[in-house]
Design a binder for this molecule. Structure first.
Ligand SMILES: Nc1ncnc2c1ncn2[C@@H]1O[C@H](COP(=O)(O)OP(=O)(O)OP(=O)(O)O)[C@@H](O)[C@H]1O
Length: 646
């Protein structure tokens, strides 16, 4: 049945030019040619497996495999498969016609046959036929590496084979060969500048590992089986062992001997088809002084690598997650190096983000110890999400863990959800206070009232938490307020232990001012001038003489402090100095104020109390004047002291 002589053919249409474009400009890396030929071989093996399932006469024991055979002496690289092979007609139709995909045809026919046999499918021949080829151009990438390409092939339906030869410039020939094993051997007669690189086994192994690790058949380079990492993400979760998850993590991250803290195996069919495994590493290297981790997720289409570093599949605040996403729905560009239409990526990102956040919430609930470990390492990164991911703000907020006056044991934390559960019935705000450490926060004058009234305050020692809460503004319908702000409302039920509720101002009812107190406020006001927005009677102090309150809507002291250190010419907001009439120093000043002769001294006290209050917030104002005044006050105090001789 062979045609005795060699025949010459010309490629159809404007092929010469097209071939040139395909083989030289379509792909960015020429190593992609190897990926394309392996993908073709894999498609061919898949087709054979599909045929063998339904047609018993084509079954045999030969293991389906793909082999790369480099030969430096012959200056060739041969890609061998024992798949379906090609008949003479198929060679003309598929390799002689650019942009005709035999694989796409095969898929269509298989799909038609499947729907025709739908009811009567008793053969058990359900194969999950999935082919990579669809554009009908991948093969021509071979000409990026080779001057001449030979395809020696025998179809599974024939006894004898064919040799197809072309130099990629417009013509090809087909001749019969007697000795050809079933399948195809693609012999690349390498170009001068490709010989060295593409005949080195280790180089070929690395190309296979990079692009074709997960093709569903064994790939050998010479004698060596290179792709022994199975694509576990396509398996049902129940069939993947912990050991397999671990080894896939190590393969993906190149972190030998490391175990992930958790993994998440996802599979979805609609509206988006994808499979994915995401991992959290056990430690955050960024905390150990390493730079920012710049890895993305691996993106595959039907197990073939498309991008190994896609940073758009998860938001930045989840950038510590490693993983792989495989979607057959990806609208691939012909070159399979980029996506034709990126609309799918935001959709995938949305689903993946939601899944990760939901998983973290579940982890926090079901495995608090693991969650605590996770939060210690990655909480810092995650918190950043509150400010940027509006849609998931509330979900991220639920994941935050913060110190609180509820339990001041060092290291103890609470969640916003738990705080809300403990709130008084008539409490409408969630209170927090930022400061350098727990000890200073517990001593902060603003906290006094809350402590005395048994109102819980969240203690934020990291400014990132404060940024997060100030962005959040609200949680579970309750507004979040810094207790150094004038926006504070205390619940009516929270009375100071020693107070009655008859006062005209909530919370200040017990603070009956001594005579002369208004004069003290007046002198303070004049002395402080533009430094403050106002000076007024305190509503929330127990023992401290003064505190500085941030006007409604302005930033907390801690945030202002951070910004003043980082932003050039940052303007601190003018605060309100609240003065406690019950504090011994203030009532003494009130009694000294009647004559007017002590105004200078009272003014100095006002300035000094203001400077000290700023200092407590970590802000140094007018250091020269403050130091002078301090010295003067000490001199006066020293003058008044007497020596008591006993
Ligand atoms: N090793 C092979 N064995 C059998 N048939 C093959 C082999 N390589 C290629 N073919 C046939 O040649 C056709 C064209 O291959 P080509 O790589 O150009 O395109 P494709 O794989 O169909 O699509 P894509 O450009 O998307 O990869 C294939 O569809 C297939 O029918």
């Amino acid at each position: 049945m062979t045609t005795a002589t060699r025949e010459e053919f010309t490629f159809q249409t404007e092929i010469k030019q097209l071939l040139n474009i395909l083989s030289h400009s379509l792909y960015q890396n020429r190593e992609i040619a190897v990926r394309e030929l392996i993908s073709n071989a894999s498609d061919s093996l898949n087709k054979l497996r599909h045929i063998q399932l339904s047609e018993a006469q084509y079954r045999d024991d030969a293991a389906l495999k793909i082999t790369l055979l480099p030969d430096a002496t012959a200056k060739t690289l041969t890609i061998v498969d024992n798949g379906v092979g090609l008949t003479r007609e198929e060679l003309i139709e598929n390799l002689g016609t650019i942009a005709h995909s035999g694989s796409l045809d095969f898929m269509k026919k298989a799909a038609e046959a499947k729907s025709a046999n739908h009811d009567a499918d008793s053969s058990g021949s359900k194969s999950d036929l999935s082919l990579i080829g669809q554009f009908g151009v991948g093969f021509y990438a071979a000409f990026m590496l080779a001057d001449t390409v030979e395809v020696i092939t025998r179809s599974y339906r024939e006894e004898t084979g064919w040799k197809w030869t072309s130099d990629g410039t417009g013509q090809y020939s087909i001749e019969p060969v007697d000795e050809a094993p079933r399948g195809a051997q693609i012999v690349l007669h390498l170009k001068e500048d490709a010989i060295e690189e593409f005949t080195k086994e280790y180089r070929l192994e690395s190309i296979v590992r990079r692009y074709s690790t997960f093709v569903p058949h064994a790939v050998y380079v010479g004698e060596k089986h290179v792709n022994n990492q199975p694509p576990i993400w396509v398996e049902p979760k129940s069939q993947v062992t912990p050991e397999q998850y671990k080894s896939f993590y190590q393969w993906l991250t190149h972190h030998a001997n490391e175990e992930p803290l958790w993994h998440l195996h996802l599979s979805a069919d609609s509206p988006l088809q994808f499979q994915s495994i995401l991992y959290c590493p056990p430690v955050n290297l960024e905390l150990q002084g390493f730079g920012r981790l710049e890895h993305g997720l691996t993106l595959c289409a039907k197990r073939i690598l498309v991008q190994d570093d896609n940073k758009d599949l998860l938001p930045d605040y989840l950038h510590f997650v490693y993983g792989l996403v495989d979607s057959a729905d990806l609208p691939l560009n012909v070159s399979r190096e980029t996506l034709q239409d990126n609309r799918l990526i935001p959709k995938l990102r949305k689903v993946l983000t939601k899944k990760v956040l939901d998983y973290l919430a579940e982890l926090a609930e079901e495995q608090p110890a693991t969650y605590a470990k996770f939060y210690e390492q990655f909480g810092m990164v995650l918190r950043g999400g509150v400010g940027v991911d509006f849609e998931n703000r509330e979900k991220i907020a639920r994941l935050l863990r913060l110190a609180s006056s509820h339990d001041v044991t060092p290291g103890a934390t609470t969640s916003l959800g738990e705080y809300v559960k403990r709130m008084r019935e008539d409490q409408t705000q969630i209170y927090y206070l930022g400061g350098p450490d727990l000890a200073s926060l517990l001593r902060n004058p603003h906290y006094e009232t809350f402590r005395d009234r048994g109102l819980e305050v969240l203690f934020l020692t990291d400014p990132v938490d404060e940024f997060a809460l100030s962005h959040l503004q609200e949680f579970d319908g309750k507004s979040l307020v810094s207790i150094d702000s004038a926006d504070i409302q205390l619940p009516a039920s929270a009375e100071s232990p020693s107070s009655s509720t008859t006062g005209e101002e909530q919370g200040s009812s017990s603070q009956i001012a001594p005579a002369g107190f208004d004069r003290v406020l007046e002198v303070f006001r004049q002395a402080l001038g533009e430094r403050v927005q106002d000076v007024r009677k305190a509503t929330r102090l127990a023992t401290s003489p003064v505190c500085l309150v941030n006007p409604q809507g302005s930033m907390s002291s801690q945030l202002q402090k951070v910004l003043s250190q980082t932003v050039k010419d940052f303007n601190l907001s003018r605060r309100i100095l609240e003065v406690n009439p019950q504090a011994p120093l203030i009532s003494r000043l009130a009694s000294l104020s009647s004559s007017g002769t002590n105004d200078d001294f009272i003014a100095d006290c006002g300035l000094q109390l203001y400077a000290s209050a700023m200092l407590l917030d970590g802000l140094v104002v007018e250091p020269d004047l403050t130091a002078d005044r301090m010295r003067k006050l000490m001199e006066e105090a020293a003058d008044k002291r007497t020596v008591i001789i006993t």
